[in-house]
Design a protein around this ligand. Structure first.
Ligand code: PMP
Length: 461
């Protein structure tokens, strides 16, 4: 077989890709027609594709490359760990130093009494752990019927059977018999799309109070937990009204419902604090983490669990675990990533420099005729595209048509910006400089101008 390398012509790589590689969340025949964009290397906030084109990655991969690409230290640590102990499991009363050190470090960083860590390989399987753990917790406490988990429509928690059920995306639920039983979804706090004439504050409160109604509908003795992302990411970077989380917290406290904060995107500096729960003043019983935990350099995720839950679950056998729970190479790389985040004061850079500068430039995009609102928290932002700002109107086309036009224009202009329906979203590496933010905004503006012209030509305005 000929060796397949970066030096192969793009067309040949695309042909092999189309023949053998099934892409996640994609129509593979469409990719085959157009040819996948092949990324060959990356440094800082820039990707390079197989044609040598440089692209500013305003999504940090999939919201994960928090410290930016190309950090040698992580490669060194991985190589060293692979030589010393490439694998050992953490089952059967065994442990190893990387898992011990990373668990202790996460306990130190996590707020409150979140002092216990159960490892997995990413966000989906960590949320599966959470689902099984909260049900096991209540069963171990003699309440086996308390197994309902309440989640939100348009939330995203992964795409396995459990995590895909916790998520509230209809496209995922429409395939494979999801959600599994005893998972229920309330409406999301998405004021721009669903708030109508209500003020954001009243709307946030009303949406949070749906949790109380849902608990009472099933009976509080049936409800194990509520799960939510502090800020919905994949749903479109939806920053909830300020009234939302305090009310959710009050309701969880009142009924003794466990609160799971899915920090897979919000964790490790994305919102300017170590965790989104700190930014939004949430007191979770469990936090799901992944992505920024290793800045995506290794696949690793975890559930960070309170003393209250661990004291019950640790006293009984929890029949759960993955071969790669606490994988030594992934754990060592994650620790090095946390060291860099901490020692280089990257959260300080976000809070004092990058986030304020990006917020100013991002919010100024509302002067563009296509932009209905611009929201941002720390280093995650969204803009809503609309043909009519005052009424927050939708386009005269299927939702996502103009969003896709804009995304395609961005790509052509050397910028990775994602679209969720007709919302454009960003989540750049935390280390982005002000000069690079200027480049991001210049390319975004140009793409918006072009998208406006194309949408107008097509009669979509
Ligand atoms: N939770 C959230 C909030 C996420 O954004 C994601 C991934 N985008 C997941 C869970 C799933 O993580 P993974 O893809 O690593 O399984």
């Amino acid at each position: 077989m000929t060796s397949i390398t970066n030096h192969m012509p793009t067309a040949e790589l695309q042909k092999l890709d189309a023949a053998h590689h099934m892409h996640p969340f994609s129509t593979n025949t469409e990719i085959a027609e157009k040819g996948a964009r092949v990324i060959t290397k990356a440094k800082g906030v820039f990707l390079t594709d197989s044609e040598g084109v440089e692209i500013l990655d305003a999504m940090a991969g999939l919201w994960c490359v928090n410290i930016g690409y190309g950090r040698e230290e992580l490669a060194e640590v991985a190589a060293r760990q692979m030589r010393e102990l490439p694998f050992y499991n953490t089952f059967f009363q065994t442990s190893h130093v990387p898992a011990i050190a990373l668990a202790a470090k996460l306990a130190e960083l996590a707020p409150g009494d979140l002092n216990h860590v159960f490892f997995g390989s990413g966000g989906s399987d960590a949320n599966d752990t959470n689902l099984r753990m909260v049900r096991a917790y209540w069963a171990m406490k003699g309440q086996p019927d308390r197994n309902i988990v309440i989640a939100r429509k348009n939330g995203y928690h992964g795409s396995s059977m459990g995590s895909g059920s916790l998520g509230g995306m209809s496209a995922i639920h429409s395939q494979g018999g999801l959600p599994i039983p005893d998972i229920h979804h309330i409406n999301q706090p998405h004021w721009y799309a669903e708030g109508g004439d209500m003020s954001p504050e009243d709307f946030g409160l009303a949406r949070a109070q749906e949790l109380e109604a849902e608990i009472l509908k099933h009976g509080e003795h049936r409800v194990a937990a509520f799960i939510g992302e502090p800020i919905q990411g994949a749903g479109g970077v939806i920053i909830p009204p300020e009234t939302y989380w305090p009310e959710i917290q009050r309701i969880c406290d009142k009924y003794g419902i466990l609160l799971i904060a899915d920090e897979v995107i919000c964790g490790f500096g994305r919102t300017g604090n170590w965790f989104g729960s700190q930014t939004l003043d949430i007191r979770p019983d469990i936090m799901t983490v992944a992505k920024g935990l290793s800045s995506g350099y290794q696949p690793i995720g975890a559930s960070i669990v309170s003393d209250k839950i661990a004291s019950v679950v640790d006293n009984n056998e929890f029949n759960h675990g993955y071969t790669y729970s606490g994988h030594p190479v992934a754990a060592a790389v994650a620790l090095e990533n946390l060291r860099i985040l901490e020692e280089e004061n990257i959260l300080g850079h976000v809070r004092e420099t990058a986030a304020p500068y990006l917020a100013e430039k991002w919010q100024a995009l509302t002067d563009h005729p296509l932009v209905g609102e611009a929201r941002i928290c720390g280093m995650m932002g969204s803009i809503a595209l609309t043909p009519h700002k005052e009424t927050r109107a939708k386009f005269a086309a299927d939702e996502g048509t103009v969003g896709l036009i804009c995304r395609t224009r961005c790509f052509a202009n050397g910028l990775v910006m994602r679209h969720v329906g007709d919302r454009m979203i960003i989540s750049p590496p935390l280390v982005i400089s002000n000069g690079e933010i200027d480049t991001l905004i210049t390319r975004a503006r140009l793409s918006l101008d072009e998208a406006l012209a194309e949408a107008t030509d097509k009669g979509l305005m």
